[in-house]
Design a protein around this ligand. Structure first.
Ligand SMILES: [Zn+2]
Ligand SMILES: [Zn+2]
Length: 299
């Protein structure tokens, strides 16, 4: 708070604004550009992957300075997404590795993304409370809350795991977590109109007329879908994704997992490649998107 010279600030964990100010006041600019902070340390690449070039760029600038008008603010652009599901979660094995490498643990952004329930590195279920005493670790609310190596009762959070076997529906949850990681790290982005055609081609290939909530539940399990607030009440939510009416990244990745096996498989599949977009640094090109096949560079 002192950094911004204000007594109180609303802390946004997923799509924070005024990143340029943060980079300025911390002197971070010597080491990192505002662009790289947004790309590498926020959930921006995830939330904007299915928005299309124009809106993706607007979100970028609203995060850069926070001066963008309300109409194009991150809240309104991502209003229909599952942002409210973003939570503080940790992986005990990651905590141990962070301690060994850096002397302290930190919140990993991929674990914060909506619907991510397993660590894709350690194939272990993520936690939000102490395994020993149940003390809540990621306290909700808007105040900054650093991750510490022990709970408030002193139990270490990196105790050797009771790792569960990743089988059945948990396997689908793991693929989802890996796909989120891929979106964050490779900065793949899509143009909705073109992606829609790829979806249509795949539906045809599979011989399916439609994709319903029930079919998604067979793959992911009803309890997983319920945990991310997808229920029978809207049985055709997958169709809104396929028709390009829904830009929610979580729902897109879930549909992709169901239809293609994984995001990687979809990208490497035999589809015309001009639908795949890759974002150049927004400060370099106004419009910020250039068509570029990632088929080779992504593997
Ligand atoms: Zn981990
Ligand atoms: Zn404890």
């Amino acid at each position: 708070m002192d950094l911004f010279n204000k007594p109180f600030m609303h802390v946004v964990r997923d799509l924070p604004k005024k990143i340029s100010l943060l980079v300025d006041v911390t002197g971070m600019g010597k080491y990192r550009s505002v662009h790289s902070v947004i790309e590498k340390h926020t959930l921006y690449p995830f939330y904007t992957a299915f928005l299309g070039a124009k809106r993706r760029n607007k979100v970028f600038w609203s995060m850069f300075g926070g001066a963008v008008t309300r109409t194009y603010g991150t809240n309104s652009i991502c209003a229909s997404t599952s942002r409210f599901l973003a939570k503080l979660r940790y992986c005990p094995d990651c905590v141990r590795e962070d301690m060994e490498r850096h002397g302290e643990p930190y919140w990993h952004r991929v674990h914060m993304a909506p619907g991510v329930s397993v660590c894709s590195e350690h194939k272990r279920k993520l936690m939000s409370s102490c395994e020993e005493c149940g003390d809540k670790i990621g306290i909700s609310g808007q105040h900054y809350h650093p991750l510490r190596a022990a709970c408030r009762n002193g139990h270490p959070l990196f105790a050797p795991g009771r790792s569960e076997d990743i089988v059945g529906h948990l396997g689908a949850a793991l693929v989802y977590a890996q796909d989120v990681k891929m979106l964050l790290e490779t900065r793949v982005a899509f143009e909705p109109g073109k992606l829609k055609k790829v979806y249509r081609a795949r539906l045809f290939e599979l011989g399916w007329d439609a994709l319903t909530h029930e079919e998604m539940a067979q793959h992911y399990g009803e309890s997983f879908l319920h945990s991310v607030r997808l229920t029978q009440c809207q049985p055709y939510w997958p169709m809104a994704v396929l028709r390009g009416e829904d830009h929610d990244p979580m729902r897109h990745l879930l549909v992709i997992g169901r239809m293609f096996g994984s995001l990687k498989q979809m990208i490497e599949g035999s589809y015309p490649c001009d639908w795949l977009l890759f974002q150049l640094p927004a400060h370099q090109v106004e419009g910020a998107m250039v068509k570029e096949s990632l088929i080779n560079s992504i593997a």
